[in-house]
Design a protein around this ligand. Structure first.
Ligand SMILES: Nc1nc2c(ncn2[C@@H]2O[C@H](COP(=O)(O)OP(=O)(O)OP(=O)(O)O)[C@@H](O)[C@H]2O)c(=O)[nH]1
Ligand SMILES: [Mg+2]
Length: 421
């Protein structure tokens, strides 16, 4: 019995030894392979790091491929991320928001803080038509890197004015709802659009600021900001900045353009047709291979700047010209009988009352608000700004037929190339 066991062991031992050698060799080979792969990944990431390090250190304007941008930097060190405490402009980030939108508000805040404000600590101003709850105040204050302030909008700035006929209004609501117009049956949405068109800039909390940056709940900023947009506005004497432009649903504004034409006729002294953006909002020519996908029934081509992202100079909205424009539109009751949005209302004012050189397309800012986004087109730029977006993604509206960006390039302030800057 013992002998059988010994013989068995003697026979098995070489197999066992061979098996162990095989395992050991496999382990060593895998580990060596792993190490060398790791080393090559490391080398690659070092190379990339160095390549874009030099770019991060401000060399954007020399020796690189020709990048197109409208927001090129004048000062080379403006891209230097090592600046510890950059100076601030007289500006606030502004969010009109409801208590129940807290989660979405925090998501937007987190994104903007990470991508921009964490370095600058601009104040956040929150506005609401009802008092903010403590939980909202607590969580948003904790999320902000700057000071926070919370404002209650006076009912007179928010509610439907008495001049709007109750019965006509109810009929219009019903008709629009039946027609399936987006937010066509909503009363509060109309208050919100009228408030954003004519009253946000009159709120007490904004009195001491010159610039605002509008933020909505549930938006995302895809890339690090390459500059302080407020500073860019001041240094380049801009009054309004946007990231996305597209066509409006005509069903929401059937008579808006009539009101605008009347305003223009009555105020030819304030609308300078020789140096404004009238062409941008009326041109309907085919550009490239795309005709406007929406045929308008008026001279307005329905192009507007998407106002959920705006960086602007409050003095423009506070100006007599803008106030006159708003009063003229408001007197028509179209915010209620139709469903005029603040985006076309702002955009038409910007186009008529500002010079092309006072409006800026922030083409290096990556942004998403459901269902569209914009993502910097240049590969180098996306790496440099640590973007989390792909310009070929379906949501990227930039050069899709329903975007007005190409029309902006043609009729707005054009497109620049960095090396020519
Ligand atoms: N306080 C308050 N804020 C509102 C009200 N309605 C909308 N808002 C805010 O106004 C902004 C625009 O409203 P949204 O509902 O986002 O409108 P929208 O962007 O056209 O449409 P969505 O596709 O739903 O985002 C957001 O910041 C909202 O939080 C309201 O009744 N009260
Ligand atoms: Mg929104």
């Amino acid at each position: 019995m013992k002998k059988t066991i010994v013989t068995g062991i003697t026979v098995l031992l070489p197999f066992l030894f061979g098996y162990l050698c095989f395992i050991a060799q496999a382990v060593i080979t895998t580990s060596l392979g792993h190490r060398s792969r790791e080393a090559s990944y490391f080398r690659k990431s070092e190379e990339i790091l160095h390549k874009f390090d030099s770019e991060r250190r401000s060399n954007l304007l020399s020796g690189l491929p020709k990048l197109s941008t409208n927001t090129y930097l004048d000062r080379r060190n403006a891209l230097d991320n090592t600046i510890e405490s950059p100076s601030r402009e007289n500006a606030t980030i502004l969010m009109l928001v409801r208590n129940w939108e807290l989660d979405g508000a925090l998501k937007s805040m987190r994104s903007l803080e990470d991508r921009f404000n964490g370095k600058y600590h601009y104040d956040w101003t929150f506005l609401n038509d009802v008092p903010f709850e403590n939980a909202f105040i607590e969580a948003t204050t904790a999320m902000a890197s700057g000071r926070t302030a919370y404002g209650l909008i006076p009912p007179s700035d928010w509610n439907r004015p008495d001049t709007v006929d109750e019965e006509d209004f109810e009929n219009c609501l019903q008709l629009m709802e039946e027609k399936g117009v987006i937010y066509g049956g909503s009363r509060s949405y109309r208050n919100m659009c009228r408030f954003n068109s004519g009253y946000f800039f009159r709120q007490k909390l904004l009195d001491n600021y010159q610039y605002y940056f509008r933020v909505e709940p549930d938006v995302e900023y895809y890339c690090d900001f390459p500059y302080d947009p407020f500073k860019l506005l001041r240094e380049q004497r801009k009054k309004y900045g946007f990231v996305i432009s597209m066509y409006e649903y005509e069903d929401t504004i059937p008579t808006l353009w009539d009101a605008v034409e009347d305003f223009m006729a009555d105020n030819s002294d304030v609308v300078d047709m020789t140096d404004n953006l009238y062409q941008f909002i009326t041109d309907d020519s085919v550009i490239g291979k795309d005709a406007p996908i929406i045929q308008s029934n008026s001279a307005y081509n329905l192009c507007h700047f998407w106002s959920n992202f705006e960086v602007g100079d409050l003095s423009f909205f506070r100006s007599d010209e803008y106030l006159k424009y708003f009063e003229a539109l408001d007197a028509r009751g179209g915010f209620y009988y139709e469903r005029w949005g603040d985006a076309p209302v702002h955009s038409i004012a910007v186009a008529l009352l500002l010079k092309p050189s006072e409006v800026i397309h922030f083409d290096q800012i990556g942004y998403y608000h459901v269902p569209f986004g914009t993502c910097p087109a240049a590969h180098d730029m996306r790496l440099h700004l640590r973007c989390l977006c792909d310009p070929t993604m379906e949501e990227n509206i930039d050069i899709q037929p329903h975007s007005c960006l190409v029309r902006w390039w043609k009729c707005g302030s054009g497109k620049f190339f960095m090396q020519n800057a």
